[in-house]
Write a protein that binds this ligand. Structure first.
Ligand SMILES: CCCCCCCC/C=C\CC(=O)SCCNC(=O)CCNC(=O)[C@H](O)C(C)(C)COP(=O)(O)OP(=O)(O)OC[C@H]1O[C@@H](n2cnc3c(N)ncnc32)[C@H](O)[C@@H]1OP(=O)(O)O
Length: 266
């Protein structure tokens, strides 16, 4: 995700926020963003986490091909205590709200798989450019993990691809390959892999050509109702998440899913 400020200053990389998971951060699979540090805002958010770092120790997108974000870190939702789940979910809400309501132009350059939490961050951006690789699936696949997408994930989905397509894709936990993602409107452009970043920059230029105040007011007008819905019920949403995730059956489902992932690797 590239933010307008960094781009404007001629530093597309900007300050890196994506680093290996650490205390106080929201591990989202391979995307790790510190949301407890206010000045970070979104000017710094741009890269998925994966092995491979630059001279500052920050990861570089070209070093982590194949994964934009593996979604939320399932190990944060397994075998922990309710206080941990509550804190984690609050941080996830915060990450989404800040991204979704940012007055900056945000363009997601999706250079790999983009399931669940990865998809929700991409959906919070203004525009999505996906690399044309049949392995780069995008969507909300929660049901396949035995869990349900929270209402605000669903709202963002419906806002983007419509009610019927969301209803079907959410129930099936469907991950769209690039051509279908484009067709349904989940992404705005599908381009060859080596053109993702340049296309994202062109998109950024297009959005930045619009007077800022008019674009920002319009963005807020379009997004406010969806964000307000979560803001009104943040605490209830946290309680729902905690009681849901603490169920034995849900813990079991998540553990089985994680185990399958690990076995698939081996
Ligand atoms: C009432 C309301 C209740 C609401 C409740 C729930 C709310 C929503 C909750 C969660 C949303 C989510 O985001 S769930 C996460 C969904 N993500 C996925 O399903 C993706 C899983 N991962 C993959 O499919 C693949 O890893 C990949 C396609 C992204 C990449 O494939 P690749 O082959 O490159 O990588 P590996 O498979 O080898 O994985 C490497 C390594 O990472 C572990 N892994 C992968 N994904 C996750 C993850 N999301 N969380 C934790 N760990 C993950 C994988 O097990 C490997 O680990 P090891 O190195 O230890 O073997």
């Amino acid at each position: 995700v590239w933010a307008a400020k960094a781009w404007r200053e001629g530093d597309p990389g900007g300050t890196r926020a994506g680093r290996r998971p650490r205390a106080g951060s929201v591990p989202t699979g391979f995307l790790d963003v510190d949301v407890t540090s206010a000045p970070l805002a979104l000017e710094c958010l741009y890269t998925p986490w994966a092995p491979g770092t630059d001279s500052d120790g920050a990861p570089t997108p070209q070093d982590c091909p194949r994964v934009f974000s593996a979604g939320l870190d399932l190990t944060e939702m397994c075998g922990r205590n309710p206080a941990h789940y509550a804190e984690y979910w609050k941080a996830v809400q915060e990450l989404w709200l800040r991204t979704y309501l940012s007055s900056l132009v945000l363009v997601a350059a999706i250079n790999g798989a983009c399931p669940a939490g990865g998809c929700i961050i991409a959906l919070a951006c203004d525009c999505r450019v996906l690399a044309d690789n049949p392995k780069y699936h995008i969507g909300l696949n929660e049901t396949l993990l035995g869990i349900t997408a929270p209402f605000w994930f669903k709202d963002a989905y419906v806002n983007t691809i419509g009610h019927r397509a969301s209803e079907q894709a959410l129930q099936l936990g469907y991950l769209f390959p690039p051509s279908e993602a484009l067709q349904v409107g989940l992404v705005d452009q599908v381009v060859p892999e080596d053109q993702v970043l340049s296309t994202a920059l062109s998109e950024m230029a297009r959005w930045l050509a619009v007077p800022d105040h008019a674009r920002q007011l319009t963005k807020n007008m379009m997004r406010k109702a969806t964000a307000d819905r979560l803001l009104r019920q943040r605490d209830a949403d946290i309680q729902n998440f905690v009681s849901f995730i603490c169920r034995d059956s849900i813990q079991k489902s998540l553990q089985v899913y994680l185990e399958k992932l690990r076995q698939r690797k081996g």
